[in-house]
Write a protein that binds this ligand. Structure first.
Ligand code: HT7
Ligand code: ZN
Length: 874
């Protein structure tokens, strides 16, 4: 496959002003009539250029130029392109194509899901519908007429506002939609189905009334309220915090079961994976509710950051995704506990994005090249991209950042622009120099900060020296130092925050500062101190970097209970637990476990003064995936064993405290989604999990009764998970059967049922995984089902996946090969765990590599999988 380079970007030769689409939908296919109003791009070459349109899997039926049908020798159709050599300066081009949505298993373009027609056009799906210049810098106004059988497809939706509808012959009908805003074709959407409509409304800040509608299958009618309320919260928040008002008269959300990602921000018609929008107390966990709120907000926020101002090309993807993730993260912080949200984001980044940044697919947030753009919807583009925007936010301060954001939207409204245009607007509005900061967009890899310190007792000066190094990544070596905002505080022996005097005469010292790191090595002196302080570094995760500092366990214990920054309290606990677990890896079971760890966790378990949401987070031991990420040469069974030892040790020592914590958080009363109630459920389910981990009899009774009596999915699933991961085989089987029986007709809950088993080292060994794949509810065509078994097994059940006999790797390779033809996007994502083969001890790594080679050798590999596998083996 061909590599596409950012450096080769050229403006489009032709622009499309208007697109007129007519869809005739049938059971055996769809005919698409497209009429494009085209003109030569005045910014393009002076020389006449052929018109080149993109297409994929299309049957071309006719081409018209200015209304006249072209003879077949007037155009060429090859290599996924339609080329019309001789075209005037301005003209209309009519194209008729025949497509087969019912056979579209790739879920790109127009396809069928549970009997309804729907689309997914980002990034390059529109070319599977009709020939078109499928690139985001071609922005046009769309008018879309949909024709279909009225009884099977009473609801016909597209972008914008409905302008006409009526009856046709043979029981068919049509609706025409018009979108007044010019948009790239990746934002086009169509839905046709037998759906129920849920309506609500929102009055914007300027007093406009917006019609809000959700469309779902009838069985899901009762699962819409939470998403609708989330939408209204997001609309209000975007007005208040970013000054962004909604622009159309209607905003629609549709839920579909078969979807490659979470959701899609099509203009005025957001399409969601059912699992990211449908929820009820009985079927969705707290985590699912929070995810739904965040994703609904994310897609809505794209209306400005992505739709009104879009990307010039796909190298700029983080322009919309990084900025929008930053916006949705701040929204979630405002809706719940900001510290907990920050901890969750940092955990994802440190566990998975750092791994990506250190692996064979590492790329800057603005990549310089790609083979298949679908492979670049990554944690780097999204999450690291959001961290980069957050750093700009912190460097400018809230007021100047808002001015920068206003300027960006006003300056570029209706345009397709670059990440540099975004940074420029921020610079222009604030006067802050972001010159060196721009390297964050160009350089891949996670910067490593190595911090050392000394204390000059005689002069009362504490000196902190920070070295930054950015590791080599594929195609990039000898990187330049980046501008890193490094937030820190210093604590005195009594736990007090010390004044940070960067010079002896600093009259109004702060107790927290953000140091600007710009050099390979920098030293900072803090004056007027009477004792060597304990440093609290990279507070609230002020930059997406690794920090190495030789903390003693004493210091970490101290920070765990004294750091005023909640994030760093949590971080100190994680570092301590990592240190203890790492020290046990490869040691005999007789090796002593740090006794102070038990005291620290006991203190936490009984600390009812501290924010309980933070306590719940602090009680989670670092995951196996994070421990792997921190290893040089990971031996998963050894990591698993060491972590289990610590968990068992803590659970045994703290049994009574766990029971007390469980009792204290028994709940009662109505189910609420407040931060306090969520924290309480999290605490009781953690306590339960720990008790069942050591097969405690009282824990077993509690788990069984919680499972039977729970009035919500968080508690029911918490009990089920605890039982599944216990040694109580009969209880596990009984609970799993009862759960399935009760929820077998709810696909989202069945996905939970699959993933609880696939992630369990007790219930998810390979033979059991094979049984799940043969289960009647499993469906290879449904990405959620594939993810809930195959991806969960490979990504969350590390001891089973990394079975020393290599069977886990071969299993994954087999599933990738199987999916490669039917759904290459999903197949390519499934490869991820194998791409990390260099990270593992040789006996594992070599078998992972062999599994990758087995995928590489498959006949006719998709471009998606080809890119990931070949880059991983390079
Ligand atoms: N912007 C959306 C991206 C997306 C997507 C990309 C590739 C293949 C399928 C897809 N479905 C949605 C989602 C978002 O970030 O909001
Ligand atoms: Zn997005």
């Amino acid at each position: 496959p061909q590599t596409i380079y950012l450096s080769e970007y050229t403006v489009p030769a032709y622009l499309v002003d208007h697109v007129d689409l007519r869809f005739e939908l049938f059971e055996d296919g769809a005919r698409v009539h497209s009429t494009l109003t085209i003109r030569r791009n005045p910014q393009g070459s002076e020389l006449a250029q052929p018109l080149v349109l993109d297409g994929d899997s299309l049957t071309l039926e006719a081409v018209h130029l200015n209304g006249d049908e072209l003879a077949p020798d007037a155009y060429e159709e090859h290599d996924g392109q339609l080329v019309v050599a001789n075209v005037p300066e301005a003209f209309t081009l009519g194209v008729v194509t025949w497509i087969e949505p019912q056979n579209n298993t790739r879920l790109e373009g127009l396809y069928k899901s549970s009997g309804m027609f729907c689309t997914q056009c980002e990034a390059e799906g529109f070319r599977c519908i009709t020939y078109y210049p499928d690139r985001p810098d071609v922005m046009a106004r769309f008018r879309t007429r949909i024709e279909a059988d009225r009884s099977a497809y009473p609801v016909l939706l597209s972008n914008g506002n409905p302008v006409e509808q009526g009856a046709l012959e043979d029981g068919r009908h049509f609706v025409t939609w018009e979108d007044p805003f010019p948009k790239p074709c990746y934002l086009f959407a169509l839905v046709a189905g037998d759906l129920v409509e849920k309506r609500d409304s929102f009055t914007t800040v300027s007093g406009r009334n917006i019609d809000l509608r959700m469309y779902v299958e009838p069985r899901n009618a009762e699962k819409c309220d939470f998403a609708m309320d989330s939408l209204k919260r997001a609309m209000r928040w975007d007005e208040e915090v970013f000054g962004r008002e909604y622009d159309l008269d209607i905003f629609m959300i549709v839920a579909v079961d078969d979807f490659n990602m979470g959701a899609m921000e099509n203009k005025g018609l957001n399409i969601f994976n059912s699992s990211c929008v449908l929820a009820s107390q009985d079927t969705a966990t707290d985590a699912a509710f929070q995810r739904i709120e965040a994703i609904v907000a994310h897609e809505y926020f794209h209306n400005w950051s992505g739709n009104r101002v879009t990307c010039r090309d796909w190298f700029q993807l983080s322009l919309k995704e990084g900025f929008t993730v930053f916006r949705d993260a701040r929204f979630s912080e405002d809706m719940g506990s900001p510290t907990v949200k920050r901890i969750e984001d940092a955990t994802l980044l440190r566990t998975a994005q750092f791994a990506e940044d250190a692996g064979p697919m590492a790329h800057p947030i603005r990549p310089a090249s790609y083979m298949e753009i679908s492979n670049f919807y990554t944690l780097t583009i999204y999450e690291k991209g959001a961290e980069v925007v957050r750093m700009i936010y912190n460097l400018l301060g809230p007021a100047a950042f808002r001015e920068g954001s206003d300027l960006y939207f006003q300056r570029h409204d209706g345009q397709a622009v670059t990440t540099d245009d975004f940074v420029q607007a921020m610079e222009d509005a604030s006067g802050v120099d972001l010159g060196q900061f721009r390297l964050w967009y160009e350089q891949a890899g996670t910067p490593v900060l190595t911090v050392s310190d000394d204390f000059d007792e005689a002069r009362g000066i504490y000196r902190l020296t920070v070295e930054q190094a950015i590791p080599d990544t594929p195609g990039q070596t000898d990187k330049k130092p980046q501008h890193i905002p490094f937030a820190l505080g210093l604590l005195g022996a009594g736990g007090e925050s010390l004044p940070l005097r960067l010079s002896a005469d600093d009259e109004a010292p702060q107790t927290e500062r953000v140091l600007d790191l710009r050099e390979p090595t920098q030293s900072f002196e803090f004056h007027g101190l009477s004792e060597k302080p304990v440093p609290s570094l990279l507070r609230h995760f002020s930059a997406p970097v690794r920090v190495n500092y030789p903390w003693t366990r004493e210091q970490l214990l101290f920070l765990m209970s004294h750091d005023p920054d909640g994030f760093n309290r949590w971080d100190a606990g994680q570092r301590l637990a990592v240190d203890v677990i790492q020290s046990l890896i490869g040691q005999p079971d007789s090796a002593e476990i740090e006794p102070r760890l038990v005291d620290a966790y006991r203190h936490l378990l009984n600390d009812t003064d501290l924010d309980q949401a933070l306590v719940a987070k602090m009680l989670q031991l670092p995951s196996e995936a994070y421990l792997v990420e921190l290893s040089e040469s990971a031996d998963v069974p050894a990591i698993h064993h060491a972590r289990e030892r610590v968990l068992n040790h803590l659970a045994v020592a703290l049994r009574d405290d766990l029971l007390a914590c469980y009792e204290r958080n028994q709940g009662g009363g109505d189910y609420q989604l407040t931060p306090t109630a969520i924290a309480s459920r999290s605490l009781r389910n953690t306590a339960l999990a720990w008790l069942l981990h050591i097969d405690d009899e009282r824990g077993r009774e509690l788990a069984n009764s919680q499972f039977e009596q729970a009035d919500n999915m968080t508690d029911r699933l918490g009990a089920l998970r605890a039982l599944v991961n216990s040694g109580f085989d009969e209880d596990r089987t009984r609970a799993l059967d009862a759960f399935y029986e009760r929820f077998s007709d709810d696909p989202q809950v069945v996905e939970l049922w699959f993933s609880v088993q696939a992630s369990s080292s007790k219930a998810g060994q390979l033979p059991q995984i094979h049984r799940l794949l043969e289960h009647p509810a499993f469906d290879w065509k449904n990405p959620n089902k594939v993810r809930s078994v195959v991806a969960v097994f490979a990504g969350q059940n590390l001891p089973a996946f990394h079975n020393p006999d290599g069977s886990g790797y071969n299993f994954l390779a087999e599933q990738v090969r199987r999916l490669d033809d039917s759904n290459p996007q999903i197949a390519a994502r499934l490869v991820t765990p194998l791409t990390r083969w260099r990270k593992f001890a040789p006996t594992y790594g070599q078998q992972m590599k062999a599994a990758l080679e087995g995928i590489r050798d498959k006949q006719s590999l998709s471009r998606d999988v080809y890119e990931v596998v070949h880059k991983s083996l390079a």
